[in-house]
Design a protein around this ligand. Structure first.
Ligand SMILES: C[S@@+](CC[C@H](N)C(=O)[O-])C[C@H]1O[C@@H](n2cnc3c(N)ncnc32)[C@H](O)[C@@H]1O
Length: 240
């Protein structure tokens, strides 16, 4: 499922991702009281849909900057029996909203690319908060393409990405997890996303994450490390 580019979102894809996250969340947090922080959710609701079944007493928090996508996420999840907190801000400012060490799992569902694109837009002075995300996508892809062809993507993005990760680790409890995944979407490739970057998003991120202190990578059976990364926090205090 993750190896071939998805041509479109179908109910099968949707069910697949809900089932994967349900399986993962049960594994990472067997207790009922899961506090999950999702980064850059857009209006994707597969994790709240899964949590409403696996952890109905839990709390789903998302840090998601784009206004229109937040409105859409609120509408899609309004009937779910799950506590939700949508933070309309850059996740790098998460400490303004959540206490230290209060989150059990931080999730990036196909979101590393979104974070990278937002960092590049920010540097280029492009507003991603009030814009229609899909209308901006061609410009975002152009920025990724430019940096990739100049071999400067890591130089532009790695440090802001690690700054975000340090802030996120601060909210994570000791022993808690970060879970990231990626898959290929045909539209991004058709619109010129550099295939080597898009296909190796997780290995590229893994290289950057090696510099992050206070956590270690773990592997889980059945979750391919080309498409998934899991980190576990090993210190009670983040190492800023
Ligand atoms: C296309 S949507 C995300 C879709 C979702 N990741 C998925 O594929 O299921 C992109 C979202 O990422 C958000 N985003 C990107 N970087 C962010 C950051 N640093 N903090 C909060 N939200 C961010 C944008 O605001 C936007 O709402």
């Amino acid at each position: 499922m993750l190896e071939k580019p998805l041509a479109e979102f179908t109910s099968v894809n949707e069910a697949y991702f809900r089932a994967r996250w349900a399986e993962l969340l049960r594994l990472l947090h067997p207790g009922e009281d899961l506090v999950l922080l999702k980064i850059a959710s857009g209006d994707a609701d597969m994790i709240p849909q899964a949590m409403a079944r696996t952890h109905p007493k839990g709390l789903y928090i998302t840090a998601n900057m784009n206004k229109a996508l937040n409105d859409s996420l609120s509408r899609k999840t309004e009937s779910l029996a799950l506590k939700m907190n949508i933070i309309e801000d850059d996740a790098v400012r998460i400490a303004d909203y959540t206490g230290k060490g209060t989150v059990d799992v931080i999730a990036f569902q196909h979101a590393v690319n979104d974070v990278i694109q937002s960092i590049l837009c920010d540097k280029a002075g492009i507003d991603t908060v009030h814009a229609e995300w899909m209308e901006l996508l061609p410009r975002m892809i152009e920025l990724v393409k430019q940096e990739s062809s100049r071999n400067t993507l890591a130089a532009q993005v790695k440090e802001p990405f690690l700054e975000l990760m340090r802030a996120l680790l601060g909210t994570l409890r000791s022993g808690g997890y970060v879970a990231m995944n990626h898959y290929l979407f045909q539209l991004d490739l058709d619109w010129g996303y550099p295939p080597d970057v898009f296909e190796h998003m997780i290995p590229m991120t893994r290289e950057w994450l090696r510099e992050l202190k206070g956590c270690r990578e773990i592997t889980l059976d059945g979750f391919d490390s080309q498409w998934w990364i899991f980190l576990q926090k090993i210190e009670s205090e983040p190492s800023y």
